[in-house]
Write a protein that binds this ligand. Structure first.
Ligand code: GLA
Length: 376
């Protein structure tokens, strides 16, 4: 039995919830994620060998990786994300020290709360800690994103890994995905709180449809660039988009996808302003509008997320609710009056179960720091 106390460090990185700004990080937009208390912790100690030995607190599996052959573990179940993260960190020029790593993940898998980013970021942070490097969370996030591309085949943006690494307790990150400039905005909801619910849709295959959406936005940008000198879709205001959008006529869904991106960028701008002014009602309305756009224009919701968001929006204690993350399944985030949370959970659960046939799950999570290193 492996004992956490026998390790030298506990290095954790967070799962995340995105408050608003969905499917725009890879279009150069600003997003508003927050790091969660749901996290992956890597217990780490040097072992003086030329291997990384992996173990898990909740799996009866152990895998030993040869540091000289880190690219060879791409298809090894459970070990692929740690190996991929280590491999890309090594390729980026960093020393890898022989070590034992014990994984303990409290981010539910497949929930859309970025368990993979938490695993990637905490793995790299643990390796850097063992090599006595000064941690650079942004650099770690960028390499973790490259690992996600290479090992999961999801051509994702930077939001999840950035939030997992750079999150700050009590704050959302207003992250400009074009420049990586980040403004920390206190999540001050007064007598309201965030409630995260998982629609529990089984077999949630995100990869191919995610990459398809991304390709559609790239097509839209290429066509718009024949009419206007823009670097990315997020550079367009809704008015500017209206002036050039005819170039997307006859391109099927591409125009709707691009419209979502442009309008979602505008919603983030207004949502950040509303949060700073304490206008929680407007913030909630923008969450609802974001969900509608992801449902109707971007088409990444599905019956489960739509039913869950609609049940939440219909509850009197709720100011707004939307899907969070890539979509197609996973979680919603809702702004709910603190004194109505228990009734909200009961009602939403009952309505959802009646319509879909099984219950959603609710998570108790707070907004915490991204990477945290503790010496044991
Ligand atoms: C996934 C990706 C992110 C982002 C979201 C959608 O979580 O990893 O980069 O694109 O989907 O906003």
């Amino acid at each position: 039995m492996l004992n956490k106390r026998d390790y030298t460090y506990a290095v954790s990185a967070a799962g995340r919830v995105n408050l608003i700004g969905e499917h725009i990080d890879y279009c150069g937009g600003k997003v508003m994620p927050a790091a969660l208390s749901l996290k992956n912790t890597v217990y780490a100690r040097p072992n003086g060998s030329d291997r990384i030995n992996l173990a898990w607190t909740d799996l009866p599996v152990q895998v030993s990786l040869e540091i000289k052959k880190l690219e060879e573990y791409k298809h090894v179940k459970y070990a692929n994300y740690p190996a991929g993260s280590a491999c890309l960190w090594q390729k980026a020029g960093h020393e890898i020290v022989g070590c034992d790593l014990l994984y303990d993940c409290t981010v539910p898998f497949g929930s859309g709360l970025s368990s993979s980013a938490a695993i990637e970021v905490s793995t790299i942070a643990a390796l850097a800690t063992l090599a006595r490097e000064k941690l650079d969370p942004v650099k770690i996030a960028l390499v973790a994103r490259d690992a996600e591309h290479a090992y999961t085949g999801v051509n994702c943006g930077i939001m999840d890994q950035y939030a997992s690494a750079c999150g700050k307790k009590g704050h959302a990150m207003l992250l400009d995905c074009k420049t990586l400039a980040c403004e920390y905005v206190p999540v001050a909801l007064g007598d309201h709180t965030l409630v995260i619910a998982n629609c529990n849709k089984p077999h949630n295959l995100v990869e191919s449809r995610y990459n398809e959406r991304r390709a559609e936005t790239e097509r839209a940008l290429a066509l718009i660039q024949t009419k206007a000198p823009v670097g990315c879709l997020a550079d367009l205001t809704p008015e500017e988009f209206d002036r050039v959008s005819a170039v997307l006529d006859g391109e099927g869904k591409v125009k709707d996808r691009a419209r979502h991106v442009v309008e979602e960028c505008d919603r983030v701008r207004r949502a950040a302003g509303a949060m700073k002014r304490g206008d929680i009602c407007l913030f909630g309305e923008l969450l609802n509008a974001s969900h509608a756009s992801l449902r109707d224009l971007y088409e990444v919701t599905g019956i489960e997320l739509d039913t869950l968001a609609a049940a939440a929006q219909a509850h009197p204690a709720c100011l707004g609710s939307r899907m969070t993350g890539a979509g197609f399944g996973g979680c919603t985030v809702s702004v709910v009056a603190k004194d109505g949370v228990e009734d909200f959970k009961r009602e939403v659960s009952a309505r959802y179960q009646k319509a879909i046939g099984y219950a959603p799950s609710f998570y108790d999570a707070s907004i915490e720091d991204g990477i945290v290193v503790k010496t044991m």
